[in-house]
Write a protein that binds this ligand. Sequence first.
Ligand code: PMP
Length: 395
Amino acid sequence: MHFADRLQQVETSAIRELFKLLGKPGIISFAGGFPDPAMFDVGGIKAAANQALNDEPGAALQYGATEGYQPLREQLSTFMAAKGAAVAASELIVTTGSQQALDLLGKTMISPGDKVIVEGPTFLATIQCFRLYGADIISAPVDAQGVQTDALEQLIAEHRPKLVYLIPTFGNPSGATLSLERRRRVLELAVQYNTLVVEDDPYGDLYFGEAPPPSLLALSPSVPGSRDLLAHCGSLSKVLSPGLRVGWLIAQPALLANAVMCKQFSDAHTSTFAQATAAQYLKSGRMPATLAHVRQVYGERARAMGQALRRELGDAIEFAEPKGGLFFWARLTGAHGKTKDAAEFAKKAIAQGVAFVPGAPFYAANPDLSTLRLSFATADVAKIEEGIARLGRSL
Ligand code: PMP
């Protein structure tokens, strides 16, 4: 078979390869990026699906508008308003997961050879998706306060990228949250350099204590001109259910119109049944309690993981405790002659019955081989303690 040339720019994710090893019985996995299925509000989703079939069977089972099912667009507009972002239903389109929003951004914005700046490290599927469209990806450094805006400005000035892709809140994999000051700076840079900024925000609602700073989208009215240079991707995957495949894209009208055109040729529209179910769910008013529940459970697990890591690995590992999201991002220090190579550590850990993802694949360039990502989402506190004890024995 002679496949399309574009496939030469990408390969199957190293993480998926690792997942093949996870079938071993008894393994405790911190490797996935999934929410815990025990968090799914099955009763609420069942009721919402029934309601959708009772109230609007024709619409819920028929083809629908590419832009999205109107009652869901309205519910999402209300959902965003509660997070401080005024977005009319007409300013957002529903996508098949936020992954499709990223793909549509790639399709509409990236020509082969275009430069794109992402965080180092960032979400692997975005790197792969943008590469498929021929992007030349440049990495901007990240610390515990998110992307370093001075370095970002230099990179923007030097490369004049087509877009800058950021996960400002509880990044995957970095766990980092961009400070308020840096958020303002990013919006100013967008205006100063006339650069599109993509804000990917699937984790912003998953905070454990204080709410994070407002999204770039919510802040954009305070930086004149920035709103038109911002695209925002949202998702119900991490807070309600990834299987629903409901995400959304907010962007200025011309970009949204082109994204809709591309979506027509891609999947015509996101499942109307899933959209009608999601709309009924949001309308039912159950979301605040669902969010409170996931925040509490994930918060407990994150604290347990932080304590266990300090106890079992001591100064052989360093990390900033995440204040939300699903991940710890850590670095092996090499203290006491222990390994600094996360890939080697991952192999030993699997042999001890515990899995995590080495950090290297999350970098578009210059990987830090001593980094690793641990998810605390799917194991309960007892499993987290046992799993981290096994990690301690692997190092
Ligand atoms: N962006 C980021 C940063 C993610 O971590 C994920 C899921 N792992 C997605 C987008 C895609 O999520 P979904 O398509 O389920 O909305």
